[in-house]
Design a protein around this ligand. Structure first.
Ligand SMILES: NC(=O)c1ccc[n+]([C@@H]2O[C@H](COP(=O)([O-])OP(=O)(O)OC[C@H]3O[C@@H](n4cnc5c(N)ncnc54)[C@H](OP(=O)(O)O)[C@@H]3O)[C@@H](O)[C@H]2O)c1
Length: 353
């Protein structure tokens, strides 16, 4: 097959490229050429900035592709450029979206914000209290506005705009894949490291909601596999899917699994909202701090993906082990907020009593 991957040179995009190459497909990678992964000699590189419409027209010429994987759509205008150019010349156009389209804490509103009739619009993509895990149709895409509004996270709003655009466009057999938080080897956002570093130092962890947040994570290898499977399936055209690990975890069980894998007792306590307020120096409202504590964002239903293209994944314990191995071999600086570790340890002691 002739496959074009837009992006594909950094994180799980690289794995997508490798997976198509190992199937024997003819792969083109479109990027600006700042990094050249190991597979460089086995692909055709299309060097262009995807946001430059004229350069894109010249770079793509009259090429036709069986599959396009658009892994770096962050704005509707960017996707519009490639979609317009490729319309009629592509078997399937697969776009990586995000769990953040569901809105909620950290994506549409400020953490700990009280929901009132006045600010309820922040939640209108999914109703507060909606049954979890969240299913794909919980979002009414026709309600997405083209103007960016103050107070709404632009990353998630722009992903929604891309999805609305695709749902309304014609002659483009698209597939939208909503990825959860993606962790694994080479993670650059430091989210796994936040938990791993604190498990390893043995000083205890006070988790909000006692770690009851339900999380469906995605590990790089399984997310890349899901993208390839959805692209190759005959059942996916014109549809939107949540993807992620098949195991739904609680934050507490996730931390416990890290502990088991390192043979360290993770020492977890629950922290009350009251205690959170007593330690205002800790950056509680920053999404990078205790990054999986936001249940609203992270538990998606994957029933549709399992039914339509057989979404599957390796056991989380195995992926955690591989991820720990990478972190142990990487030369990482302290995780986010680690400078507050003494305060955290005190909070743990108070909370564990
Ligand atoms: N990480 C998460 O937790 C998470 C969660 C949900 C969804 N997602 C989605 O995952 C996708 C990102 O996946 P990934 O990190 O694996 O990326 P990727 O496919 O590896 O693509 C990253 C590459 O894109 C190239 N690029 C960036 N801007 C470009 C431009 N304007 N024109 C051409 N090339 C450009 C860069 O290379 P050059 O500098 O050489 O151009 C960069 O190395 C995004 O759609 C994101 O929303 C991520």
């Amino acid at each position: 097959m002739r496959v074009l991957v837009i992006g594909g040179t950094r994180y799980f995009g690289k794995l997508v490229v490798q997976k198509f190459l190992s199937r024997g497909d003819e792969v083109s990678v479109l990027s600006r050429g700042n990094s050249q992964p190991d597979f460089w000699n086995n692909i055709t590189h299309i060097e262009v900035d995807r946001d430059d419409a004229e350069a894109m027209a010249a770079a793509l010429g009259k090429d036709e592709f069986d599959l396009v994987i658009d892994n770096i759509g962050f704005e509707r205008s960017s996707v519009e450029i490639s979609a317009d150019l490729l319309r009629g010349r592509v078997g399937k156009y697969v776009v990586t979206s995000s769990v953040s389209v569901y809105g909620g804490i950290g994506h549409s509103e400020t953490p700990w914000q009280k929901i009132t009739p006045e600010n309820h619009y922040l939640h209108h993509f999914t109703e507060p209290g909606i049954a979890h895990p969240i299913a794909e149709d919980s979002i009414e895409l026709s309600k997405v506005e083209w103007e960016l509004r103050a107070g709404i996270n632009p990353y998630s709003e722009q992903k929604r705009q891309i999805e609305r655009y695709l749902s309304e466009t014609t002659e483009l057999p698209f597939v939208v894949l909503r990825a959860p938080i993606v962790i694994g080897p080479s993670e650059y956002a430091g989210r796994f490291w936040w938990y791993l570093q604190r498990v390893l130092d043995g000083r205890g962890m006070a988790l909000r909601n006692n770690g009851r947040a339900e999380i469906r994570l995605g590990f790089t290898e399984d997310i890349a596999e899901a993208i390839v499977a959805a692209a190759l399936s005959n059942n996916t055209s014109g549809k939107t899917y949540n993807i992620g690990q098949t195991e739904l975890l609680t934050l507490k069980s996730f931390v416990e699994k890290i502990g088991e894998s390192c043979s360290v007792e993770p020492r977890i306590a629950g922290v009350s909202d009251d205690a959170v307020k007593r330690y205002p120096e800790i950056p509680w409202s920053d999404w990078r701090y205790e990054p999986f504590a936001w249940p609203f964002d992270v538990a998606m239903s994957i029933d549709r993906a399992e039914a339509d293209f057989g979404l599957s994944s390796a056991p989380v314990a195995q992926r955690i082990r591989e991820t720990i191995d990478w972190h142990m071999s990487a030369d990482l600086k302290d995780s986010y907020g680690y400078e507050y570790r003494d305060i955290e340890a005190e909070l743990f002691k108070v909370s564990a009593q």
